[in-house]
Design a protein around this ligand. Structure first.
Ligand code: EPU
Length: 422
């Protein structure tokens, strides 16, 4: 298993280009199952989760090729299988987003029911409720969701749950409704930019979707969809992670290919903490007022502060001059990073869904364990600023969602090396 060795203390300076969004790319790739003909996708990052999606789509008869510039061509060659097996789904929960397209295009789907994961229990009841409302029959057979429908029919669907809207649930229902008969209205839809990006791709394929990016999405079903050429949006979570890296190291990093309009809550919160973010042609220059201020934040569905940046911003708050409170409203158990940051000298305690962070003067290097994707990013950030050496074990978690993170950080001056093997 690979490890990162990080010698903390380097001030980051230079330019980092943000990759295309993982969470936009995954459902967009799944949407290619709906098309007659090939699609070309630009900006899909080269990540473990994307490779997992390629393998799953391969099982489902889709040919995927990348050219030397990374442009991906996706084309259905064989529509005979509709089975996403447990072995695939357990490696990547986002596999669930083939359910809607398979049902709509192949009239049936068998997709292993995803279990929980390191960030908590992650039900898919809202996905199933939405698809059932479109007329699908759904049963659970030997741990698989088995769904069928001769013809899906548009209807009005309320997709809110106890934690608000659902991103992949909205994606699944929107993809299925694109080929349904009649009009579907999704109320309490997720507004995340990744949902709007998926709608952009579906519309380029010939779908008739309006309102994506708001809580009310209207989909007029069409008979068929063609392939399309599309560029995915930049990864707002990766951009936010590099903003935190620059601020923590008292650096000055130009983050290019970042959509600040997708990051309003993040930019606001970082500014409260003392991060200086100067918008610049398609990105921002990020530095900091040496003294970081404490703040309180709550994760929320978009446009609120994203849960996927909670851990990384907590690392920033560990070094703030005072006490902060971070409340997690999307995944109440998403606090695995607290114990690892504690090994590095952070002073954090958890009270239910809230972490209280008492700022400390410095963090110190230590051997630490990556536990999930974003928690791993938080401890890499801590390693960049800690005194001494940090060894991050199990970096396969970070490889799921950050393209060449060690190369990007090294290019702006970080002392980080990957050690392969045991
Ligand atoms: N929920 C339900 N029922 C459902 C679906 C969700 O109760 O049927 C609950 C969840 O348990 C959670 C909340 O609703 O409390 C929101 O979950 P959501 O469905 O929006 O999460 P997701 O679509 O499975 C995506 C991202 C996650 C990100 C969340 C929230 C992808 C591939 N994944 O997951 O990204 O944290 O939205 O923004 O898009 C990551 O990249 O590290 C990551 C975990």
């Amino acid at each position: 298993m690979d490890r990162f060795i990080i010698n903390g203390g380097a001030r980051l300076k230079g330019t980092i280009a943000v990759s295309g969004s993982k969470n936009a790319s995954l459902p967009i790739m799944a949407a290619a199952l709906l098309a007659d003909g090939p699609s070309t996708l630009t900006g899909v990052p080269d990540l473990a989760d994307i490779r997992a999606m390629c393998e799953l789509l391969g099982d489902l008869g889709v040919r995927i090729q990348r050219d030397q510039n990374g442009v991906m061509t996706v084309e259905v060659l064989d529509a005979s299988s509709s089975h996403a097996a447990y072995d695939r789904v357990r490696k990547m929960r986002a596999s669930i987003c083939v359910l809607g397209p398979l049902l709509a295009r192949r009239k049936k789907a068998r997709v292993a029911m995803p279990g929980g994961c390191a960030i908590g229990s992650r039900p898919v009841n809202l996905h199933l409720k939405g698809l059932a409302a479109l007329g699908a029959t759904i049963e659970l057979v030997e741990g698989d969701i088995v769904a069928g429908a001769k013809q899906l029919r548009g209807t009005n669907i309320f997709l809110g749950g106890p934690f608000g809207s659902t991103v992949l649930g909205t994606a699944n229902v929107m993809m299925a409704a694109a080929l349904a008969e009649g009009t579907t209205v999704i109320e309490c839809a997720a507004c995340e930019p990744e949902v709007a990006d998926l709608a952009g791709f579906l519309n380029a394929m010939g779908a008739k979707i309006s309102g994506a990016g708001t809580h009310r999405i209207v989909i007029e079903g069409v008979d068929s969809l063609s392939g399309a050429d599309y560029r995915v949006i930049p990864d707002r979570i990766e951009a936010g992670t590099f903003m935190a890296a620059s601020a923590l190291t008292n650096g000055e990093v130009h983050i290019s290919n970042a959509r600040l309009d997708h990051m309003m809550a993040v930019v606001e919160t970082m500014r409260e903490i003392g991060v200086i973010i100067e918008p610049d042609n398609g990105g921002a220059v990020v530095s900091s007022t040496r003294r970081l201020e404490p703040t309180d934040l709550t994760t929320q569905p978009y446009p609120g502060f994203p849960t996927d940046l909670q851990a990384q911003v907590m690392t920033l708050l560990c070094l703030a001059d005072g006490n902060s409170a971070v409340t997690e409203k999307i995944f109440p158990d998403r606090f695995m990073h607290i114990a690892e940051l504690g090994r590095m000298g952070a002073d954090i305690h958890k009270e239910g869904q809230t972490a209280i962070i008492r700022g400390v003067k410095r963090l110190v290097g230590a051997p630490v364990m990556a536990s999930d994707l974003r928690a791993s990013a938080a401890i890499v950030l801590a390693g960049l600023v800690a005194r001494g050496q940090t060894v991050v074990n199990r970096v396969y978690h970070i490889d799921r969602g950050y393209e060449c993170i060690e190369h990007k950080l090294r290019s702006v001056g970080a002392d980080i090396t990957r050690l392969s093997g045991d």
